[in-house]
Design a protein around this ligand. Structure first.
Ligand SMILES: Cc1cc2nc3c(=O)[nH]c(=O)nc-3n(C[C@H](O)[C@H](O)[C@H](O)COP(=O)(O)OP(=O)(O)OC[C@H]3O[C@@H](n4cnc5c(N)ncnc54)[C@H](O)[C@@H]3O)c2cc1C
Length: 479
Protein backbone atom coordinates (compact mmCIF):
# COMPACT_ATOMS: atom_id res chain seq x y z
CA UNK A 1 0.00 0.00 0.00
CA UNK A 2 1.50 3.38 -0.93
CA UNK A 3 1.32 6.28 1.49
CA UNK A 4 -1.68 7.92 -0.21
CA UNK A 5 -3.72 4.73 0.17
CA UNK A 6 -2.69 4.69 3.82
CA UNK A 7 -3.88 8.29 4.19
CA UNK A 8 -7.22 7.34 2.62
CA UNK A 9 -7.58 4.39 4.98
CA UNK A 10 -6.69 6.56 7.99
CA UNK A 11 -8.73 9.69 7.18
CA UNK A 12 -11.42 8.56 4.75
CA UNK A 13 -11.48 9.19 0.99
CA UNK A 14 -13.36 12.47 1.28
CA UNK A 15 -10.57 14.02 3.34
CA UNK A 16 -7.75 13.19 0.94
CA UNK A 17 -7.44 15.25 -2.27
CA UNK A 18 -5.33 14.16 -5.22
CA UNK A 19 -7.12 15.74 -8.18
CA UNK A 20 -4.52 18.08 -9.79
CA UNK A 21 -7.11 20.86 -10.14
CA UNK A 22 -7.79 20.73 -6.40
CA UNK A 23 -4.10 20.52 -5.54
CA UNK A 24 -3.26 23.53 -7.72
CA UNK A 25 -4.83 26.06 -5.33
CA UNK A 26 -2.49 24.89 -2.57
CA UNK A 27 0.54 25.64 -4.74
CA UNK A 28 0.75 29.38 -4.02
CA UNK A 29 0.14 31.88 -1.25
CA UNK A 30 0.09 35.70 -1.35
CA UNK A 31 3.79 36.09 -1.98
CA UNK A 32 5.00 37.58 -5.22
CA UNK A 33 5.84 34.55 -7.38
CA UNK A 34 5.61 33.70 -11.05
CA UNK A 35 3.21 31.04 -12.32
CA UNK A 36 6.16 28.74 -13.07
CA UNK A 37 6.96 28.78 -9.34
CA UNK A 38 3.56 27.42 -8.27
CA UNK A 39 4.26 24.22 -6.34
CA UNK A 40 1.18 22.09 -5.69
CA UNK A 41 1.72 19.40 -3.06
CA UNK A 42 1.32 15.74 -4.05
CA UNK A 43 -1.68 15.29 -1.79
CA UNK A 44 -3.85 17.45 0.48
CA UNK A 45 -5.46 16.08 3.63
CA UNK A 46 -8.24 17.80 5.55
CA UNK A 47 -8.31 16.32 9.03
CA UNK A 48 -10.86 17.47 11.59
CA UNK A 49 -9.10 16.32 14.74
CA UNK A 50 -5.67 16.10 16.32
CA UNK A 51 -5.94 12.36 15.87
CA UNK A 52 -6.29 12.89 12.10
CA UNK A 53 -3.17 15.08 12.05
CA UNK A 54 -1.32 12.52 14.15
CA UNK A 55 -2.25 9.68 11.79
CA UNK A 56 -1.13 11.76 8.82
CA UNK A 57 2.25 12.63 10.35
CA UNK A 58 2.87 9.03 11.46
CA UNK A 59 2.34 7.86 7.88
CA UNK A 60 4.59 10.66 6.59
CA UNK A 61 7.23 9.77 9.16
CA UNK A 62 7.19 6.08 8.21
CA UNK A 63 7.61 6.91 4.50
CA UNK A 64 9.79 10.02 4.99
CA UNK A 65 7.35 12.24 3.11
CA UNK A 66 7.42 16.05 3.60
CA UNK A 67 4.52 17.56 5.57
CA UNK A 68 3.42 21.19 5.29
CA UNK A 69 0.57 22.58 7.39
CA UNK A 70 -1.38 25.58 6.18
CA UNK A 71 -4.34 27.78 7.03
CA UNK A 72 -5.67 30.64 4.92
CA UNK A 73 -2.64 30.63 2.59
CA UNK A 74 -2.26 34.39 2.95
CA UNK A 75 1.39 34.22 4.00
CA UNK A 76 3.46 36.73 2.05
CA UNK A 77 6.79 34.89 1.82
CA UNK A 78 5.89 31.38 0.72
CA UNK A 79 5.89 29.79 4.20
CA UNK A 80 3.18 27.27 3.32
CA UNK A 81 4.57 26.23 -0.07
CA UNK A 82 5.32 22.54 -0.35
CA UNK A 83 8.76 23.09 -1.89
CA UNK A 84 9.52 19.38 -1.96
CA UNK A 85 6.00 18.14 -2.64
CA UNK A 86 4.50 15.67 -0.18
CA UNK A 87 1.48 16.14 2.07
CA UNK A 88 -0.25 19.46 2.67
CA UNK A 89 -2.34 19.46 5.85
CA UNK A 90 -5.19 21.88 5.28
CA UNK A 91 -6.13 22.80 8.86
CA UNK A 92 -9.17 24.92 8.03
CA UNK A 93 -11.64 22.13 8.88
CA UNK A 94 -10.16 22.09 12.40
CA UNK A 95 -11.92 25.27 13.44
CA UNK A 96 -13.88 24.31 16.57
CA UNK A 97 -14.05 26.56 19.57
CA UNK A 98 -13.44 23.97 22.27
CA UNK A 99 -14.01 25.99 25.43
CA UNK A 100 -14.74 29.61 26.30
CA UNK A 101 -13.89 30.20 29.97
CA UNK A 102 -15.15 33.73 30.76
CA UNK A 103 -14.20 33.56 34.43
CA UNK A 104 -10.56 32.90 33.65
CA UNK A 105 -10.68 34.91 30.42
CA UNK A 106 -9.36 32.13 28.21
CA UNK A 107 -10.45 30.28 25.12
CA UNK A 108 -9.33 26.88 23.84
CA UNK A 109 -9.59 26.45 20.08
CA UNK A 110 -8.55 24.16 17.29
CA UNK A 111 -5.68 25.67 15.34
CA UNK A 112 -7.60 26.04 12.08
CA UNK A 113 -10.05 28.55 13.57
CA UNK A 114 -9.53 32.02 12.12
CA UNK A 115 -8.78 34.88 14.49
CA UNK A 116 -12.14 36.34 13.50
CA UNK A 117 -13.94 33.09 14.36
CA UNK A 118 -12.32 33.18 17.79
CA UNK A 119 -13.57 36.70 18.34
CA UNK A 120 -17.07 35.86 17.09
CA UNK A 121 -17.19 33.16 19.77
CA UNK A 122 -15.87 35.20 22.69
CA UNK A 123 -17.33 38.67 21.99
CA UNK A 124 -20.76 37.72 23.47
CA UNK A 125 -18.95 37.33 26.83
CA UNK A 126 -17.61 40.89 26.66
CA UNK A 127 -14.16 39.52 25.81
CA UNK A 128 -11.89 39.69 22.78
CA UNK A 129 -8.67 38.31 21.46
CA UNK A 130 -6.68 41.46 20.70
CA UNK A 131 -4.21 39.67 18.44
CA UNK A 132 -5.56 41.15 15.23
CA UNK A 133 -3.60 41.24 11.99
CA UNK A 134 -5.43 42.79 9.07
CA UNK A 135 -5.90 39.32 7.65
CA UNK A 136 -7.83 38.12 10.71
CA UNK A 137 -10.74 37.00 8.52
CA UNK A 138 -8.64 34.23 7.02
CA UNK A 139 -5.54 33.94 9.15
CA UNK A 140 -5.78 30.91 11.40
CA UNK A 141 -4.62 30.64 14.99
CA UNK A 142 -2.09 27.96 13.99
CA UNK A 143 -0.59 30.21 11.32
CA UNK A 144 -0.53 33.25 13.61
CA UNK A 145 1.62 31.18 15.96
CA UNK A 146 3.68 29.58 13.21
CA UNK A 147 4.63 32.81 11.44
CA UNK A 148 4.52 35.03 14.55
CA UNK A 149 2.59 37.70 12.71
CA UNK A 150 1.78 41.27 13.68
CA UNK A 151 -1.23 42.74 15.36
CA UNK A 152 -2.88 46.13 15.01
CA UNK A 153 -2.90 46.40 18.81
CA UNK A 154 0.65 45.23 19.55
CA UNK A 155 1.70 48.32 21.50
CA UNK A 156 -0.82 47.42 24.17
CA UNK A 157 -1.16 43.65 23.96
CA UNK A 158 2.01 42.49 22.23
CA UNK A 159 2.31 39.65 19.76
CA UNK A 160 0.87 36.15 19.76
CA UNK A 161 3.16 34.91 22.57
CA UNK A 162 1.64 37.50 24.88
CA UNK A 163 -1.71 35.75 24.61
CA UNK A 164 -0.65 32.15 23.94
CA UNK A 165 -0.88 30.24 27.22
CA UNK A 166 -0.60 26.71 25.92
CA UNK A 167 -0.49 24.87 22.60
CA UNK A 168 -0.91 21.30 21.47
CA UNK A 169 1.31 20.13 18.64
CA UNK A 170 1.95 16.98 16.67
CA UNK A 171 5.71 16.60 16.29
CA UNK A 172 7.53 15.22 13.27
CA UNK A 173 7.32 11.70 14.71
CA UNK A 174 3.57 11.93 15.28
CA UNK A 175 3.82 12.45 19.03
CA UNK A 176 1.21 14.74 20.58
CA UNK A 177 2.66 17.30 23.03
CA UNK A 178 1.06 20.03 25.12
CA UNK A 179 3.48 22.95 25.54
CA UNK A 180 2.83 25.82 27.91
CA UNK A 181 1.30 26.57 31.27
CA UNK A 182 -2.41 25.72 30.92
CA UNK A 183 -4.46 28.72 32.03
CA UNK A 184 -1.78 30.37 34.16
CA UNK A 185 -0.43 33.51 32.56
CA UNK A 186 3.24 32.63 32.92
CA UNK A 187 5.62 30.10 34.37
CA UNK A 188 9.15 29.74 35.67
CA UNK A 189 8.96 25.98 35.51
CA UNK A 190 10.88 23.90 33.00
CA UNK A 191 12.02 25.30 29.66
CA UNK A 192 9.65 27.55 27.78
CA UNK A 193 9.16 25.16 24.87
CA UNK A 194 5.89 26.82 23.92
CA UNK A 195 7.83 29.95 22.98
CA UNK A 196 9.75 27.98 20.36
CA UNK A 197 6.54 27.69 18.39
CA UNK A 198 6.28 31.40 17.62
CA UNK A 199 7.74 31.79 14.16
CA UNK A 200 8.58 28.08 13.86
CA UNK A 201 6.72 27.86 10.51
CA UNK A 202 5.55 24.32 11.16
CA UNK A 203 9.15 23.09 11.12
CA UNK A 204 8.86 21.60 14.62
CA UNK A 205 5.35 20.23 14.29
CA UNK A 206 1.77 21.00 13.43
CA UNK A 207 -0.08 23.18 15.92
CA UNK A 208 -3.45 21.50 16.53
CA UNK A 209 -4.97 23.37 19.49
CA UNK A 210 -4.25 26.50 21.52
CA UNK A 211 -5.34 28.11 24.77
CA UNK A 212 -5.40 31.87 24.41
CA UNK A 213 -5.68 34.67 26.94
CA UNK A 214 -8.57 37.08 26.35
CA UNK A 215 -9.10 40.69 27.37
CA UNK A 216 -12.23 42.70 28.21
CA UNK A 217 -13.59 44.56 25.17
CA UNK A 218 -12.84 48.26 25.69
CA UNK A 219 -15.87 50.50 26.14
CA UNK A 220 -14.60 53.21 23.78
CA UNK A 221 -11.90 53.76 21.23
CA UNK A 222 -10.57 57.05 19.88
CA UNK A 223 -8.41 56.97 16.78
CA UNK A 224 -6.35 59.99 15.78
CA UNK A 225 -3.83 60.70 13.06
CA UNK A 226 -0.99 63.20 13.22
CA UNK A 227 1.49 64.32 10.61
CA UNK A 228 5.17 64.90 11.38
CA UNK A 229 7.98 66.59 9.53
CA UNK A 230 10.27 63.68 10.22
CA UNK A 231 9.77 60.09 11.10
CA UNK A 232 12.10 60.44 14.09
CA UNK A 233 9.80 63.10 15.57
CA UNK A 234 6.92 60.61 15.57
CA UNK A 235 9.13 58.22 17.56
CA UNK A 236 10.04 60.97 20.05
CA UNK A 237 6.38 61.89 20.38
CA UNK A 238 5.38 58.31 21.19
CA UNK A 239 8.20 58.09 23.77
CA UNK A 240 6.83 61.16 25.41
CA UNK A 241 3.30 59.76 25.57
CA UNK A 242 4.56 56.56 27.16
CA UNK A 243 6.78 58.46 29.59
CA UNK A 244 3.72 60.49 30.62
CA UNK A 245 1.89 57.26 31.44
CA UNK A 246 -0.52 57.33 28.51
CA UNK A 247 -1.83 53.90 27.63
CA UNK A 248 -1.71 53.58 23.84
CA UNK A 249 -3.82 50.87 22.26
CA UNK A 250 -2.48 51.00 18.71
CA UNK A 251 0.33 52.96 17.07
CA UNK A 252 1.48 52.80 13.47
CA UNK A 253 3.98 55.15 11.91
CA UNK A 254 3.50 55.35 8.15
CA UNK A 255 5.67 57.13 5.67
CA UNK A 256 3.63 59.55 3.61
CA UNK A 257 3.65 57.29 0.55
CA UNK A 258 2.12 54.43 2.50
CA UNK A 259 -0.97 56.47 3.38
CA UNK A 260 -2.30 56.03 -0.17
CA UNK A 261 -2.34 52.29 0.28
CA UNK A 262 -4.67 52.57 3.26
CA UNK A 263 -7.02 55.23 1.95
CA UNK A 264 -8.29 53.58 -1.20
CA UNK A 265 -11.91 54.06 0.00
CA UNK A 266 -11.33 57.78 0.38
CA UNK A 267 -9.80 58.05 -3.08
CA UNK A 268 -12.60 55.99 -4.63
CA UNK A 269 -15.21 58.24 -3.02
CA UNK A 270 -13.65 61.63 -3.73
CA UNK A 271 -11.83 60.88 -6.97
CA UNK A 272 -8.60 62.22 -5.45
CA UNK A 273 -6.06 61.20 -2.87
CA UNK A 274 -6.26 62.64 0.65
CA UNK A 275 -4.36 65.88 1.05
CA UNK A 276 -1.52 65.83 3.53
CA UNK A 277 0.82 68.80 4.06
CA UNK A 278 3.70 68.71 1.60
CA UNK A 279 6.20 69.17 4.43
CA UNK A 280 5.13 65.95 6.21
CA UNK A 281 7.38 62.89 6.00
CA UNK A 282 5.42 60.67 8.35
CA UNK A 283 1.97 60.02 9.74
CA UNK A 284 1.15 58.43 13.03
CA UNK A 285 -2.14 56.65 13.54
CA UNK A 286 -2.74 56.19 17.22
CA UNK A 287 -5.62 54.76 19.26
CA UNK A 288 -6.66 55.14 22.89
CA UNK A 289 -9.22 52.75 24.32
CA UNK A 290 -10.97 51.81 27.54
CA UNK A 291 -13.21 53.81 29.83
CA UNK A 292 -14.61 56.78 27.92
CA UNK A 293 -13.49 59.46 30.37
CA UNK A 294 -9.97 58.12 30.79
CA UNK A 295 -9.46 57.45 27.09
CA UNK A 296 -10.67 60.89 26.10
CA UNK A 297 -8.32 62.49 28.68
CA UNK A 298 -5.43 60.55 27.18
CA UNK A 299 -6.45 61.50 23.64
CA UNK A 300 -6.73 65.18 24.66
CA UNK A 301 -3.29 65.11 26.27
CA UNK A 302 -1.86 63.54 23.10
CA UNK A 303 -3.38 66.29 20.98
CA UNK A 304 -2.22 69.02 23.38
CA UNK A 305 1.45 68.10 23.21
CA UNK A 306 1.52 67.54 19.42
CA UNK A 307 2.70 71.08 18.63
CA UNK A 308 5.83 70.55 20.76
CA UNK A 309 6.85 68.01 18.11
CA UNK A 310 5.82 70.27 15.23
CA UNK A 311 3.05 67.79 14.52
CA UNK A 312 -0.44 68.55 13.26
CA UNK A 313 -3.58 66.59 13.92
CA UNK A 314 -5.34 65.42 10.74
CA UNK A 315 -8.68 67.20 10.95
CA UNK A 316 -10.42 65.55 8.03
CA UNK A 317 -12.02 62.60 9.83
CA UNK A 318 -12.70 60.75 6.60
CA UNK A 319 -8.96 60.28 6.09
CA UNK A 320 -8.58 58.86 9.59
CA UNK A 321 -11.64 56.66 9.24
CA UNK A 322 -10.60 55.39 5.85
CA UNK A 323 -7.20 54.43 7.27
CA UNK A 324 -8.75 52.70 10.28
CA UNK A 325 -11.34 50.85 8.21
CA UNK A 326 -8.56 49.58 6.00
CA UNK A 327 -6.44 48.54 8.94
CA UNK A 328 -8.98 47.13 11.32
CA UNK A 329 -12.72 47.24 10.83
CA UNK A 330 -12.55 46.25 7.18
CA UNK A 331 -16.17 47.23 6.81
CA UNK A 332 -15.99 46.54 3.14
CA UNK A 333 -15.67 43.29 1.30
CA UNK A 334 -12.39 41.84 2.56
CA UNK A 335 -9.52 41.94 0.08
CA UNK A 336 -11.43 44.23 -2.29
CA UNK A 337 -10.21 47.56 -1.05
CA UNK A 338 -6.54 48.05 -0.51
CA UNK A 339 -5.97 44.71 -2.13
CA UNK A 340 -7.94 45.98 -5.06
CA UNK A 341 -7.96 45.04 -8.68
CA UNK A 342 -4.34 46.08 -8.89
CA UNK A 343 -3.52 42.81 -7.12
CA UNK A 344 -4.47 41.01 -10.28
CA UNK A 345 -1.37 42.36 -11.95
CA UNK A 346 0.81 43.49 -9.08
CA UNK A 347 1.22 41.90 -5.69
CA UNK A 348 2.14 43.44 -2.39
CA UNK A 349 5.72 42.42 -1.61
CA UNK A 350 7.48 43.31 1.62
CA UNK A 351 10.60 42.96 3.68
CA UNK A 352 9.84 42.72 7.42
CA UNK A 353 12.97 43.77 9.31
CA UNK A 354 13.23 45.16 12.82
CA UNK A 355 15.62 47.97 13.73
CA UNK A 356 16.55 49.75 16.96
CA UNK A 357 14.27 52.58 18.07
CA UNK A 358 16.75 55.38 17.32
CA UNK A 359 17.49 54.22 13.76
CA UNK A 360 14.02 54.09 12.24
CA UNK A 361 14.34 57.21 10.13
CA UNK A 362 17.81 56.25 8.89
CA UNK A 363 16.51 52.82 7.91
CA UNK A 364 13.51 54.32 6.15
CA UNK A 365 15.79 56.28 3.85
CA UNK A 366 17.80 53.12 3.16
CA UNK A 367 14.57 51.32 2.24
CA UNK A 368 13.74 53.97 -0.37
CA UNK A 369 17.30 53.86 -1.69
CA UNK A 370 17.30 50.06 -2.05
CA UNK A 371 13.82 49.96 -3.63
CA UNK A 372 14.82 52.62 -6.15
CA UNK A 373 18.07 50.83 -6.90
CA UNK A 374 16.08 47.73 -7.86
CA UNK A 375 13.63 49.85 -9.85
CA UNK A 376 10.58 48.80 -7.82
CA UNK A 377 7.24 50.57 -7.47
CA UNK A 378 7.31 51.76 -3.83
CA UNK A 379 4.20 51.37 -1.63
CA UNK A 380 5.96 52.70 1.45
CA UNK A 381 6.87 51.81 5.00
CA UNK A 382 4.70 51.09 8.00
CA UNK A 383 6.28 50.75 11.44
CA UNK A 384 3.92 48.75 13.65
CA UNK A 385 4.57 49.12 17.36
CA UNK A 386 4.42 45.55 18.63
CA UNK A 387 5.92 45.57 22.09
CA UNK A 388 3.54 46.23 25.02
CA UNK A 389 3.89 49.72 26.44
CA UNK A 390 7.19 50.43 24.80
CA UNK A 391 8.54 51.38 21.42
CA UNK A 392 9.46 48.30 19.45
CA UNK A 393 9.02 48.24 15.69
CA UNK A 394 8.04 45.69 13.22
CA UNK A 395 8.60 47.15 9.77
CA UNK A 396 6.72 46.51 6.59
CA UNK A 397 8.85 47.91 3.75
CA UNK A 398 6.53 47.36 0.83
CA UNK A 399 6.59 47.51 -2.95
CA UNK A 400 4.24 46.38 -5.71
CA UNK A 401 5.52 43.42 -7.71
CA UNK A 402 4.28 42.44 -11.15
CA UNK A 403 4.29 38.69 -10.64
CA UNK A 404 3.99 38.02 -14.37
CA UNK A 405 7.35 39.67 -14.86
CA UNK A 406 10.04 37.18 -13.78
CA UNK A 407 12.70 39.89 -13.76
CA UNK A 408 10.63 42.06 -11.41
CA UNK A 409 10.04 39.12 -9.07
CA UNK A 410 13.82 38.51 -9.08
CA UNK A 411 14.49 42.18 -8.32
CA UNK A 412 11.94 42.08 -5.49
CA UNK A 413 13.79 39.16 -3.93
CA UNK A 414 17.11 40.98 -4.19
CA UNK A 415 15.48 43.99 -2.53
CA UNK A 416 14.05 41.78 0.23
CA UNK A 417 17.38 40.08 0.88
CA UNK A 418 19.35 43.31 0.86
CA UNK A 419 17.05 45.02 3.37
CA UNK A 420 16.98 41.93 5.62
CA UNK A 421 20.77 41.81 5.77
CA UNK A 422 20.98 45.56 6.25
CA UNK A 423 18.74 45.30 9.31
CA UNK A 424 21.33 43.03 10.96
CA UNK A 425 24.03 45.60 10.18
CA UNK A 426 21.74 48.14 11.87
CA UNK A 427 21.85 45.98 15.05
CA UNK A 428 18.39 44.69 14.29
CA UNK A 429 16.71 41.56 13.00
CA UNK A 430 15.81 40.25 9.55
CA UNK A 431 12.25 39.32 10.35
CA UNK A 432 9.49 40.60 12.57
CA UNK A 433 6.26 39.13 11.20
CA UNK A 434 6.75 36.92 8.15
CA UNK A 435 9.46 34.64 9.58
CA UNK A 436 12.28 33.24 7.49
CA UNK A 437 10.70 30.76 5.06
CA UNK A 438 13.05 29.55 2.29
CA UNK A 439 13.73 33.17 1.36
CA UNK A 440 15.96 34.02 4.33
CA UNK A 441 17.14 30.46 5.02
CA UNK A 442 20.40 30.75 3.01
CA UNK A 443 21.70 33.63 5.11
CA UNK A 444 20.21 32.94 8.55
CA UNK A 445 23.69 32.48 10.00
CA UNK A 446 24.35 36.19 9.49
CA UNK A 447 21.89 36.98 12.23
CA UNK A 448 22.30 33.92 14.44
CA UNK A 449 25.94 32.91 14.13
CA UNK A 450 26.83 29.77 16.11
CA UNK A 451 23.41 29.54 17.66
CA UNK A 452 22.08 28.32 14.31
CA UNK A 453 23.71 24.97 15.19
CA UNK A 454 21.58 24.76 18.36
CA UNK A 455 18.46 25.69 16.41
CA UNK A 456 19.12 22.81 14.02
CA UNK A 457 19.57 20.44 17.00
CA UNK A 458 16.24 21.58 18.42
CA UNK A 459 14.61 20.90 15.06
CA UNK A 460 16.14 17.41 15.02
CA UNK A 461 14.64 16.66 18.46
CA UNK A 462 11.14 17.54 17.27
CA UNK A 463 11.55 16.28 13.71
CA UNK A 464 14.37 13.71 13.44
CA UNK A 465 13.71 12.88 9.79
CA UNK A 466 13.45 16.53 8.70
CA UNK A 467 10.01 16.06 7.14
CA UNK A 468 8.25 19.08 8.68
CA UNK A 469 8.10 21.96 6.19
CA UNK A 470 11.54 21.17 4.76
CA UNK A 471 13.53 24.02 3.27
CA UNK A 472 11.96 26.60 5.58
CA UNK A 473 14.22 28.36 8.09
CA UNK A 474 17.13 26.09 7.19
CA UNK A 475 18.38 25.12 3.77
CA UNK A 476 17.42 21.46 3.39
CA UNK A 477 20.36 19.16 4.00
CA UNK A 478 20.68 16.34 1.49
CA UNK A 479 20.87 12.73 2.60
C1 LIG B 1 -4.70 41.22 2.89
C2 LIG B 1 -3.64 40.72 3.82
C3 LIG B 1 -3.40 41.39 5.00
C4 LIG B 1 -2.41 40.94 5.87
N1 LIG B 1 -2.21 41.60 7.04
C5 LIG B 1 -1.24 41.19 7.87
C6 LIG B 1 -0.98 41.90 9.10
O1 LIG B 1 -1.63 42.87 9.43
N2 LIG B 1 0.03 41.45 9.89
C7 LIG B 1 0.77 40.36 9.55
O2 LIG B 1 1.68 40.00 10.29
N3 LIG B 1 0.54 39.67 8.42
C8 LIG B 1 -0.43 40.05 7.58
N4 LIG B 1 -0.66 39.37 6.42
C9 LIG B 1 0.12 38.14 6.16
C10 LIG B 1 -0.63 36.86 6.59
O3 LIG B 1 -2.01 36.99 6.43
C11 LIG B 1 -0.42 36.50 8.02
O4 LIG B 1 0.92 36.34 8.28
C12 LIG B 1 -1.21 35.28 8.50
O5 LIG B 1 -0.84 34.91 9.79
C13 LIG B 1 -1.10 34.05 7.65
O6 LIG B 1 -2.17 33.21 8.03
P1 LIG B 1 -2.66 32.04 7.11
O7 LIG B 1 -3.67 31.25 7.88
O8 LIG B 1 -3.10 32.53 5.79
O9 LIG B 1 -1.29 31.21 6.98
P2 LIG B 1 -0.65 30.34 5.83
O10 LIG B 1 -0.17 31.18 4.71
O11 LIG B 1 -1.56 29.23 5.47
O12 LIG B 1 0.61 29.76 6.62
C14 LIG B 1 1.60 30.62 7.14
C15 LIG B 1 2.71 29.80 7.81
O13 LIG B 1 2.21 29.13 8.94
C16 LIG B 1 2.41 27.71 8.84
N5 LIG B 1 1.23 27.09 9.45
C17 LIG B 1 -0.07 27.34 9.17
N6 LIG B 1 -0.87 26.63 10.00
C18 LIG B 1 -0.07 25.91 10.81
C19 LIG B 1 -0.29 24.98 11.86
N7 LIG B 1 -1.51 24.66 12.27
N8 LIG B 1 0.78 24.41 12.46
C20 LIG B 1 2.04 24.74 12.06
N9 LIG B 1 2.32 25.59 11.06
C21 LIG B 1 1.27 26.18 10.45
C22 LIG B 1 2.53 27.47 7.35
O14 LIG B 1 3.24 26.26 7.08
C23 LIG B 1 3.29 28.70 6.92
O15 LIG B 1 4.65 28.54 7.22
C24 LIG B 1 -1.64 39.80 5.53
C25 LIG B 1 -1.88 39.12 4.33
C26 LIG B 1 -2.86 39.58 3.47
C27 LIG B 1 -3.08 38.84 2.19
Amino acid sequence: MNYISELRAALGDANVLTDPAELYVYGADWSPMTSSEIRPPDVVVQPKTTRGVQRTVKIAHAHEIPVVAGGGLTGMLGGALALFGGIFIDTTAMNSIIEVDPKNQTVRVQAGATLQEVNDAVNPYGLWLPHQPESKWVSTVGAAIACDNDSTFGVRYGKILNCLLSAEIVTGTGEVLELGHRKAHFTSSGYKLKDLLAGSEGTLGVVTEATLKLEPIPETRFVEMLVFRRMGSAVDYLSRLLKAGVCIEAAHINCKRRLKFYTHAYTAKHGREPEIPTWAEALLAVAFAGDKKISSMQRDYAIDIASEFEAEVVKEREIVESWWASKYTLDFEPFKQKWPDSQKTKKFGAADPGVPVGRLEEFYHKFIEVAEKHNLDIIGMNAYLEHPNSIGFSLSCAVFVDYRNADEVRRFRMFHDELSKLAVEFDGTMSTFMSDTHQKAPYLELEHGNSLKYMKEIKRLFDPKGIMNPGKKFVREEG
